[in-house]
Design a protein around this ligand. Structure first.
Ligand code: PGA
Length: 249
């Protein structure tokens, strides 16, 4: 059985003070929930304060990136060593906005993934096709290349610490979401890729989140699909009521 995992990606929203206040409000709402994992990904600068505000909470904190080295001459970058030290549990890697604005590549995601895992952190690895890729019939090719590139050299025993997020780029922040059936089809495709690369058992255990305009109105139908194990949510994770509704779908 795969435990549902609902994650809120706050992107570059909320100041440090706002983040702390919001995290405390969520903490009150989610007390006692054990049957699903709840993850929030504040900005880097708010991470330590949010973790402090959430001591003894069932909410796990993620960051939106981490570097592939532990230290070095990498101005402005964030080491997973510090993240682990602070109590961060997950790192989101390969988000389409990183790919689009920061030239993130599968090769870099792969190096980051290895270092995140080496530091005892878990990862949410994002993949997804653009509208043009989907419309030109390249979706499967694009997703396979992303999965193979990001997972190059990742061992079977590491899979337990990885979640994949399928986020069709055309559905992120656009209000257009994939239908539950469309999303499930790609999730099943990704699961089959993992089965081929590793084995069936590992593929069955792997959690795959859907992301892209997930809202309280569509989460139930998405989560009812057999291969959808959670959601990675941007916009609708920024308000208490809507994130509460998402987590308690
Ligand atoms: P959205 O973002 O829910 O606002 O579409 C999803 C994401 O970027 O992870």
């Amino acid at each position: 059985m795969r435990k549902p995992i609902i994650a809120g990606n706050w992107k570059m929203y909320k100041s440090v003070k706002e983040s702390v206040k919001f995290a405390k409000q969520l903490n009150e709402k989610f007390k006692g929930i054990q049957d699903r994992e709840i993850v929030i990904a504040p900005t880097f600068i708010a991470t330590a304060s949010v973790i402090d505000a959430l001591s003894f909470s069932n909410i796990q904190v993620a960051t939106q990136d981490a570097h592939w080295e532990n230290e070095g001459a990498f101005t402005s970058q964030i080491s997973p060593v510090s993240l682990q030290e602070l109590g961060v549990k997950f790192v989101i890697l390969g988000h389409s906005e990183k790919r689009q604005y920061d030239n993130e590549t599968d090769a870099r995601v792969n190096r980051k993934l290895k270092n995140v895992l080496r530091n005892g952190l878990k990862a949410i690895v994002c993949v997804g096709e653009t509208l043009q890729e989907r419309e030109s019939g390249k979706m499967e090719k694009v997703i396979s290349a992303q999965v193979n590139g990001c997972f190059e050299g990742i061992g079977l025993s590491d899979l337990i610490n990885i979640v994949i997020a399928y986020e069709p780029v055309w559905a992120i922040g656009t209000g257009k979401n994939a239908t539950p059936e469309q999303a499930n089809e790609v999730h099943a495709f990704i699961r089959a890729l993992i089965a081929k690369k590793y084995n069936k058992e590992a593929a069955e255990a792997l959690r795959i989140q859907y992301g892209g305009s997930v809202k309280p109105e569509n989460i139930k139908q998405l989560m009812a699909q057999p291969d959808i194990d959670g959601a990675l949510v941007g916009g609708a994770s920024l308000k208490v009521d809507s994130f509460e509704a998402l987590v308690k779908f």
